[in-house]
Ligand binder design. Structure first.
Ligand code: 5GP
Ligand code: MG
Length: 459
């Protein structure tokens, strides 16, 4: 998973991008980068770490000048997490001129396409699936619309992306709409961002007064040239495949995602979880921050007190701060502490938004018991994750998924909870107003997508 941002027709575009990336830092903490265009050349800055680390002490006007820029924050789910060549934006010199790209999502036919291109002589610089777009666009013929269509027609999978050329910025979303992308138009300029929380930063800025954000619809390709927009729509498959995990975990609750409030969906999930898995307990608590809204709604629905029994250290990244298991385990300890005063002698329901490898759940149950809880009941606001995601959520192999094999009772025992309850898949679909399953991707929970051919099936 990653976050992308773009700005054109904006003074200090690179600074605006850095602010938007920081607002979306939850979408990726491994690396960050910005490329700007000042009317004559591209300027690039990228590195490993948080936005504040990569851009510490940067003089944006000098290092990244111009009124057009795009940026990226990285959470690698494809490619090599250690390679600097994979840090976006990627830039290439095409026949048509320099082109920079940022991309959120995973391509499912990357390996095949890459080897075809390599056999034909292409030289790849990175192991990032994003680079495929640059090769495909470079090889395509015709006008821009024809070239983009030809390139996009050859890739399968999830992509919300921004391309920057000296002419301007092009935004595109794949025909199934896996990942969110929104735009904001104001005066003569445009902003693009994975999440609308990035736009809210500018609500008091007179340049953006009255601007209204809109999603970039799936299958849409929108080009801004000299501050004029032209758009076309590629054929969009009948059902969409918006990622349900964006609503469950990934997006910030103050964002609007796929046209709905992320917070409202999480509250619905919490209420549905209360209906499906009530518990007899003294209090309900969240695993901050990702399950706060769900846990509060769960408590409300059951008339139980909600308390902060776990405290999060905000100066560490997310649990999966690096994609390696040891660092992830240390990350949980570094991140969460139990409030003995709130916990001792209490029967506690702890609500988390999801359970993937089970690392967090195990640690949380142990922390609460250690702090004196007499019972710990774990409730998960999404169904068991039984299948890897090939479109950008970090659940790569079935072997690592705690709920994939062995049954829920074995999982409860291994986590050490007094009870364990999950949200049923039908309740997730209802909370997303998608009872017939025609709008959202739930493959990680169902293992199947009966409505759309999956393309390459995982081994
Ligand atoms: P687990 O610890 O079971 O592997 O993962 C579940 C926990 O990690 C939950 O607290 C959830 O909020 C969070 N989580 C779920 N999916 C992801 C993901 O793709 N990336 C990151 N960074 N955290 C996740
Ligand atoms: Mg969490």
């Amino acid at each position: 998973m990653c976050g992308i941002a773009g700005a054109c027709g904006v003074d200090d575009a690179s600074y605006v991008i850095s602010l938007m990336l920081k607002a979306m830092q939850h979408r990726g903490q491994e690396a960050a980068g910005i490329v700007s265009y000042d009317g004559s050349s591209f300027h690039e800055l990228r590195g490993k770490g948080l936005v504040d680390e990569v851009f510490a002490d940067v003089d944006y006007a000098k290092a990244l000048p111009g009124r057009t820029a795009i940026g990226h924050i990285r959470y690698s789910t494809a490619g090599d997490p250690d390679s600097r060549e994979s840090i976006q934006p990627l830039v290439a010199q095409l026949r048509q001129g320099p082109t920079a790209i940022v991309h959120n999502g995973n391509l499912t036919n990357y390996a095949e396409r890459r080897s075809e291109l390599e056999e034909a002589g292409a030289i790849f610089r990175s192991k990032s699936d994003t680079e495929l777009f640059l090769h495909l666009i470079a090889r395509a013929r015709g006008n821009r619309r024809e070239r983009l269509s030809a390139a996009f027609d050859q890739v399968e999978g999830a992509y919300s992306l921004l391309l920057m050329t000296p002419r301007g910025i092009t935004a595109a979303v794949d025909p199934l709409g896996f990942r969110p992308l929104s735009m904001l138009r104001f005066g003569a300029g445009w902003l693009f961002a994975s999440e609308t929380c990035a736009f809210d930063l500018f609500r008091d800025d007179p340049r953006f007064a009255g601007a209204v954000s809109a999603p970039v619809d799936r299958g849409r390709v929108i080009s801004i040239d000299d501050y004029c927009a032209t758009a076309f729509t590629r054929e969009a498959a009948a059902p969409s495949r918006h990622c349900s995990f964006e609503h469950i975990y990934f997006s910030r609750p103050d964002s609007t995602v796929f046209g709905r409030s992320a917070n409202a969906v999480r509250e619905r999930l919490g209420r549905a979880l209360a209906a499906a898995g009530p518990a007899d307990a003294d209090l309900v608590t969240a695993v901050p921050d990702s399950s706060n809204a769900m846990a509060a709604a769960y408590a409300d629905a059951l008339g139980l007190p909600f308390r902060f029994a776990l405290i999060r250290n905000h100066y560490t990244g997310r649990t999966f701060i690096t994609p390696r298991q040891t660092a992830r385990e240390l990350g949980v300890r570094m991140k969460l502490g139990a409030v003995r005063d709130a916990v001792a002698g209490k029967r506690i329901v702890v609500v988390d938004d999801s359970l993937v490898r089970g690392t967090t759940a195990r640690k949380v149950v142990a922390l609460l018991r250690d702090a004196g809880a007499t019972e710990v009941h774990l409730r998960i606001g999404s169904p068991p994750v039984i299948h890897p995601c090939h479109w950008g959520i970090d659940t790569p192999s079935r072997r690592e998924l705690a709920a994939a094999d062995g049954g829920i009772e074995n999982l409860r025992l291994s986590i050490g909870a007094d009870s364990l309850g999950y949200l049923p898949l039908e309740s997730l679909r209802e909370a997303l107003d998608d009872a017939d399953g025609s709008a959202y991707c739930v493959t990680c929970f169902s293992g199947e997508s009966p409505l759309v051919p999956l393309g390459r099936r995982p081994a």
